[in-house]
Design a protein around this ligand. Structure first.
Ligand SMILES: Nc1ncnc2c1ncn2[C@@H]1O[C@H](COP(=O)(O)OP(=O)(O)OP(=O)(O)O)[C@@H](O)[C@H]1O
Length: 298
């Protein structure tokens, strides 16, 4: 492993996106400026996120971690354009032009439950998004050959004609992975995508995801996870959200994700151990603060 590429983690505070990432990343892809979100709850107002200032580059892989209930999924929904912020701006950028975030064909989603159609075969499920999108225009042949390509990459060719109830949880997750990559998204948003899988299957998914991401130089990924190992293994940028309302309190960057040949090898790296310890320490401190703020700590 090339340890030179490997930046030590640093806790850069709230506006921390100026550090250097070891990944080669391009233009701005996603910006959140002073973004806040609040909901009406039982006649009152619940502030969930506040003062979110983020700049995410094309080809950057970002993990969002933090205590439960601090607004991680809410942040993802803002980026997806499923919700508008109550104040501030969330923008997606294309060739230097920005647009307010809104659900779009070039945004892909992966959720904890793969949400497959039970009456469709694996292949029909894989094709679903692409069939209903504009990625391939009228070029059906190209779409079908790309479907075979992605199904082959995730090891599903032999299962193409099976129905979701006939395959394992790992195979369902791989179906969802092939389906989302077939649509060639520019932004892939993942909300605990492997949270329901066993440890071994999760590792397999890391390898597959990293392989597919590495072949998609235009792709930007943002992943919410509770798993610190997953964040370090898959993402060059790790953001911690904490507090009530939640805000970005730390940003860590490392080149470890780009270097990983296997999760096991990576986890033995001294830099990995150091980064993991720093993240856990920071998370614990933030969790205690969040509990105190919400009045649940003594
Ligand atoms: N539509 C909504 N209306 C009211 N409250 C909401 C709504 N969506 C989310 N919340 C509240 O906002 C807070 C943050 O929710 P969110 O799911 O974003 O947190 P999270 O950090 O992803 O949580 P977890 O780690 O447990 O998945 C929670 O208190 C939740 O109850």
């Amino acid at each position: 492993m090339n340890r030179k590429n490997n930046l030590l983690p640093h806790n850069t505070g709230e506006h921390a996106m100026n550090g250097t990432s070891a990944r080669v990343i391009g233009d701005t892809k996603i910006t959140l400026t002073g973004a806040a979100q609040a909901y009406s709850v039982r006649g009152g107002r619940r502030e969930v996120l506040t003062g979110i200032d983020i700049e995410i580059k094309t080809n950057e892989s970002v993990a969002v971690i933090g205590p439960t209930g601090v607004g991680k999924s809410t942040l993802l929904r803002l980026i997806a354009g499923f919700e508008d912020p109550t104040s501030g701006e969330v923008k997606l950028w294309n060739d230097g032009r920005s647009s307010v975030a809104a659900p779009a064909a070039d945004i892909g989603y992966l959720f904890q439950q793969p949400a497959l159609f039970p009456w469709m075969t694996v292949k029909q499920n894989v094709l679903f998004g692409a069939r209903h999108g504009k990625t391939y225009g009228h070029d059906k042949q190209e779409m079908l050959s790309q479907a075979d390509y992605f199904m082959e990459r995730v090891g599903l060719l032999d299962a193409a004609d099976l129905f979701p109830y006939q395959i394992s949880g790992g195979m369902r997750a791989r179906t969802a992975l092939a389906r989302v990559f077939l649509t060639r998204p520019k932004v892939l948003l993942m909300d605990e995508p492997f949270g329901a899988l066993d440890a071994l299957t999760r590792r397999e998914m890391y390898v597959l995801l990293r392989d597919l991401v590495s072949k998609s130089p235009e792709l930007t990924t943002v992943m919410v996870t509770h798993d610190v190992d997953e964040a370090i293994t898959l993402c060059g940028t790790i953001m911690i959200i904490s507090g009530i309302p939640g805000t970005i309190t730390s940003v860590y960057r490392s080149g470890l994700a780009a270097m990983a040949e296997s999760a096991e090898d990576l986890q033995r790296e001294p830099d990995y151990v150091e980064l993991k310890a720093a993240l856990l320490k920071s998370l614990n401190a933030r969790r205690n603060e969040t509990r105190t703020t919400s009045g649940t700590a003594s």
